[in-house]
Design a protein around this ligand. Structure first.
Ligand code: UD1
Ligand code: UDP
Length: 377
């Protein structure tokens, strides 16, 4: 250990934003824009966890973000959680030693955030966790491990809601907790009108004026288990054939890989009225979501967006770290048993979508920047 290499004099106010996955890029985009508007130095590190154009480059284009200053190489080849996290950690540490920011911001629960948080903590830099305090209580989830670990080593915990603030307090975290709202509201507000004006996804799928559902599934506990993945295919089949609702399913690369490995690709491709498509850009996705009748998903971000936009959501999991969506009447936690999901879907389709948005007023990025730069406080 060469302790002389530990950063002792960070550059005041210099802020580093770490991104790495599709939802990380989307949720950090309002913060990157807010920091760019301020008279301070800031830069972005892309950890390389997501790398396919649809999940990465396309997001930068849609959100009108500059190329990140740094991109960590060699992460794509990794296979295991520890190996992937370690590859990102080493790369991030080297950049932080070079740049000496005062503050490092990570967002959410994916592995790249744990890597960024550990790198910052070990270099004794100030660490802010955006989307802090979420808890599913499901210890099978790699994301739950990451949330807990990051919250406990952060100096600032940017809790999106009062409930998440309470979770962090109950966990006896050491850092300062600030309730900011979720930056996903900022992102939806900034991009929804652009999406309505620019996206032609409904025309491309011949869905203009039609009823349809949006479906997504990529969670490890669901798609890495052959039996659960088969149940998801059964759900797609029943919703389209028995309930008569066409479905749009932008397929995540993890799920595509598992469908191939488990020999299930033919069964899913055989379902009529299912638009099984590549992941779409953020603007196309917002346009799909806002015009949908209902969402079926295991995604965290999509549970939030459906709630914000006013589209009923059926969550294909046994629990959620976003209970606020259920409390306001926007979401139902259905699990993955086909009959249970169909029953919940029938109820959810009757909801009108006039619930309150529990995720804030769209100024989360402003509050986060004010806090780390010690302005307006
Ligand atoms: C990760 C996050 C998850 C988040 C999701 C967002 C963790 C533990 N999981 O899951 O919380 O909800 O991102 O989408 O951090 N792949 C590609 N191209 C890519 C990225 C991945 O083909 O750009 C394929 C690879 O085969 C890879 C697999 O997907 O091995 C899984 O990718 P990984 O980043 O490890 O996890 P996600 O399932 O994307
Ligand atoms: N999304 C997108 N294109 C798609 C599917 C999703 O832009 O084809 C966006 C969606 O709007 C949301 C985010 O990706 O903001 C959710 O990411 P994902 O479901 O991969 O991860 P999670 O939120 O579960 O971590």
């Amino acid at each position: 250990m060469d302790n002389s290499k530990i950063v002792t004099e960070p550059i005041p106010d210099k802020t580093c934003v770490i991104v790495g996955t599709r939802p990380g890029i989307i949720k950090m985009s309002p913060i990157i824009a807010e920091l760019n508007d301020r008279d301070i130095e800031s830069f972005t590190i892309h950890t390389g966890q997501h790398y396919s154009y649809e999940l990465d480059g396309r997001m930068f284009e849609d959100l009108q973000l500059d190329e990140p200053k740094y991109r960590i190489e060699g992460v794509e080849e990794t296979e295991y959680h520890g190996e992937q996290t370690a590859a990102m950690l080493g790369g991030i540490e080297a950049v932080l030693l070079e740049e000496r920011p005062e503050t490092v911001l990570v967002c959410g629960d994916a592995n790249f955030n744990l890597a960024g948080a550990l790198a910052a903590r070990k270099l004794r830099l100030e660490l802010g966790h955006v989307e802090a305090g979420l808890r599913s209580g499901d210890w099978r989830m790699p994301e739950e491990h990451n949330r807990v670990m990051i919250d406990h080593i952060s100096d600032y915990l940017f809790a999106p809601t009062e409930q998440t603030r309470e979770n962090a307090v109950e966990d006896n975290v050491k850092g300062e907790i600030v309730v900011t709202g979720n930056t996903i509201v900022d992102a939806v507000e900034r991009n929804m009108e652009i999406a309505r004006a620019q996206s032609d996804i409904l025309e491309r799928l011949s869905l203009e004026g039609s009823e349809y559902a949006v479906f997504t599934a990529h969670r490890e506990e669901n798609v890495d288990d052959r039996a659960v993945l088969s149940d998801l295919i059964e759900i797609l089949d029943q919703v389209t054939s028995e309930e008569g609702i066409p479905i749009v399913y932008p397929l995540h690369p993890r799920t595509e890989k598992r469908l191939e490995q488990f020999g299930l690709m033919e069964s899913i491709r055989g379902i009529s009225d299912l638009h099984l498509i590549d992941p779409v850009g953020y603007l196309d996705f917002l346009q799909l979501l806002v015009n949908a009748d209902v969402t079926l998903t295991d995604s965290g971000g999509i549970q939030e967006e459906s709630c914000i936009i006013g589209v009923p959501c059926v969550t294909l999991r046994k629990n959620t770290e976003r209970p606020e969506t259920v409390e306001v009447g926007a979401n139902t936690i259905a699990g993955t048993d086909p009959d249970a999901v169909i029953r919940r879907l029938e109820v959810a389709r009757g909801w009108i979508g006039d619930w309150e948005n529990p995720f804030g007023d769209g100024d989360a990025a402003l509050r986060i920047a004010d806090t780390v730069l010690d302005e307006g406080r």
